[in-house]
Design a binder for this molecule. Sequence first.
Ligand code: CAA
Length: 381
Amino acid sequence: MNFNLSEEQLMIQQAARDFAQTELLPGVIERDNAQKFPHEQVKKMGELGLLGMMVDPKYGGAGMDSVSYVLAMEEIAKVDASAAVVMSVNNSLVCAGLEKYCNEEQKMKYLKPLASGEVIGAFALSEPEAGSDATSQQTTAVDKGDHYILNGTKNWITNGGTATYYIVIAQTDPEKKHKGINAFIVEKGWPGFEIGPKEDKLGIRGSDTHSLLFTDVKVPKENRIGEDGFGFNFAMAVLNGGRIGIASQALGIASGAYELALKYAKTRKAFKTEIINHQAIAFKLADMATSITAARMLCFKAAVEKDEGKDISEIGAMAKLYSSQVAMDTTIEAVQIHGGYGYVKEYHVERMMRDAKITQIYEGTSEIQRIVISRSIAKNS
Ligand code: CAA
């Protein structure tokens, strides 16, 4: 087992770190306050190859491995978790699904501009009445021969307002339950497709979350992904990979908060010494460093196994479950170490604490990760 990163991986890590420090850090507090999407920064992320990292260059991607993706995600999320979720959704839920399951025509038309960052994408599975219980899709896609008619509402869609292309999951034949579900590529601006108001969120406020409303939207049959009835399996497969992205986002939030807490503890004095010299603080930092290292190892293992073509449902869910818990615990303690300063915006850690919470909710709550892991353990034991 080799834990050394390759030269290329180290270069990607450094490039993402530099980008985060120079382009994302200035303005991150203002964007959080104003709920402002980082348009310019996301455009530059596309130019750097961060929006289609693992996609084959012939489809506009950067052709990198999944460990590089984990490294870059961590660096971006350390500074700006909102920019990180835009990156995660575009890479893992949109580009990865299109590359693996779309035909050549669909890839040239949709994947190429998405992977190059010319446009961004969104993944629309959740509904007002179907979050964790994803088989209970109420959005319908009625087969009309050469097209489908799409009706329904999707909720909490990341990149909902800024995306150009949307992967939309809908029920075509309720009798067949999850085997009657399909996935479609839907374009912004098609008649009947409306974008609902932006959500006013606790965290990741720089990202753009909306509901989507479909009223008799005509979707050409060539925009269906895969065979009829493949939509639910498609969504599950895509989410398995997506969990590596969110696990890495959570890892980044945790390591960003840890680095700030460490720096603060080495300079802030109380009771005649730097507070890191008090065990009450030093032990918190020791716990943070240990759990962050463990989370990083889980993310790397999931990434390596993904690239080896293994079933990553269990390890991906483990990485997400654990990293998101570490993000929550670490950011709470980072606020505590900062004392009163931790509770004000200028010191960043209060934002990180708010940002951390969503990693335990989206792309499957922690409870869903435990379902995935426990089912896998039961099946494979
Ligand atoms: N990997 C691959 N396939 C899976 C799977 C997995 N992890 N889990 C289930 N499946 C497959 C099963 O094999 C089965 O397929 P077959 O019939 O072909 O064998 C099919 O899916 C149905 O399986 P179940 O009967 O087990 O389904 P279920 O109703 O019990 O639910 C679930 C399974 C794991 C709970 C699933 O509903 C789930 O993952 N829910 C969470 C959904 C989710 O993550 N939503 C997040 C929205 S996206 C988002 O948040 C993006 C964003 O904006 C950041």
